[in-house]
Design a protein around this ligand. Structure first.
Ligand code: COA
Length: 321
């Protein structure tokens, strides 16, 4: 028994913030942002919009594309690090919106790897008979936790949501998922405060993302290279078998390094970073939905999804779409 993606959906907030807009907020230039990151513009949520609002739009679109109603869904897994509230978890809030009563709603906090973690968990539920129709979402509103005076982070992060419906299938489907974490790197990318930790008056902007960008960059490139090897080896496949790389969209140079490792031309990589920035857990399902809806990704294609984020957490999924 395998799980198979029956439908995809995504959502981006209406407001677009360009690099030129950012030039008016912090000391930066369109040229710096474009050449260092590949980002040209990004979407930013409206003041009254929440992560659950974005997740609901993406979920409804995925359900519509899979031809699935709320009564069929028996598992919700949502990756987010920017939940609406401490609790109920965003999956519970979403459940109420969709009129789903009873099935488990799991929220995963794995930063940018949240969707891949969620996919891995839902896939295991389906393969072991624990679920028959899973809604898996990645949704984040990082613009609410960036310091808008810190040019090293505020130019990178953005908002959005992406979702898939997973169903059981005799044929793969999701061929394998691989998820990892190493908390030894927790000081390179983090938000200082949470709920239980005492506030440190010496730290400014305690609720905002702090990142040692160039160190994150190096570890991300190496780690993603390793997980590509791990995924191919686990499936006894050569890199030439992959039709599409669907990477986490943090930085064009990181994406290019992974594509190079796979000997893949950039035409075989779904790239959205220029228009969307880093939407954290939403970035991989947003890229997947983009590739599916514009007709590049077709049924039967072999996809390699990968992500890397704060924790550090990282993961991949090999999927026969
Ligand atoms: N505009 C203009 N200059 C900026 C800037 C900005 N927005 N942000 C940083 N700079 C400056 C720095 O202050 C530094 O100046 P200095 O040399 O005078 O000290 C210079 O640019 C180089 O900074 P550095 O951090 O070394 O640049 P970089 O080439 O490593 O690029 C990142 C910075 C953040 C784009 C890059 O490190 C990166 O993408 N890292 C990974 C981030 C990531 O993926 N995070 C999420 C993981 S999920």
């Amino acid at each position: 028994m395998y799980s198979r993606i029956a439908g995809t959906g995504s959502y981006l907030p209406e407001k677009v913030l360009t690099n030129f807009d950012l030039e008016k907020i912090v000391e930066t230039t369109d040229e710096w942002i474009r050449t260092r990151t590949g980002i040209e513009r990004r979407h930013v949520a409206a003041p009254d919009e929440t992560t659950c609002d974005m997740a609901e739009h993406a979920a409804r679109r995925a359900m519509e594309s899979a031809g699935v109603g709320p009564e069929e869904i028996d598992l919700i897994v949502i990756g987010t690090t920017t939940p609406d509230q401490v609790f109920p978890n965003t999956g519970c809030l979403l459940q109420a919106r969709l009129g789903i009563h009873g099935p488990p709603a799991i929220q995963i906090e794995a930063a940018c790897s949240g969707f891949i973690y969620g996919l891995s968990i839902a896939d295991r539920f389906i393969r072991t008979g624990g679920a028959k129709c899973a809604l898996v979402i990645g949704a984040d509103m990082l613009t609410r936790i960036v310091d808008w005076t810190d040019r090293t982070t505020c130019v990178l992060f953005a908002d959005g949501a992406g979702a898939v419906i997973l169903k059981p299938s005799d044929e793969a489907g999701i061929m394998s998922t691989h998820i990892h974490a190493d908390g030894a790197y927790s000081n390179l990318l983090y938000v200082p405060t949470g709920v239980s930790k005492k506030h440190d008056p010496a730290v400014a902007n305690q609720h905002c993302v702090i990142m040692k960008g160039s160190e994150v960059f190096k570890v991300a490139v190496n780690t993603l290279g390793r997980i590509v090897d791990e995924t191919l080896e686990a499936n006894h496949l050569d890199k030439s078998a992959i039709d599409w790389l669907v990477p986490h969209q943090a930085n064009m140079r990181i994406i290019q390094a992974t594509a190079k490792k796979l000997d893949m031309p950039m035409e075989k990589v779904i790239v959205t970073v220029q228009d969307q920035g880093n939407t954290s857990a939403a970035s991989v399902p947003l890229a997947l939905d983009t590739g599916v809806r514009d007709g590049r990704i077709k049924r039967g294609d072999l996809l390699l999804l990968e992500a890397f984020g704060g924790g550090f957490t990282w993961g991949s999924a090999l999927i026969r779409y």
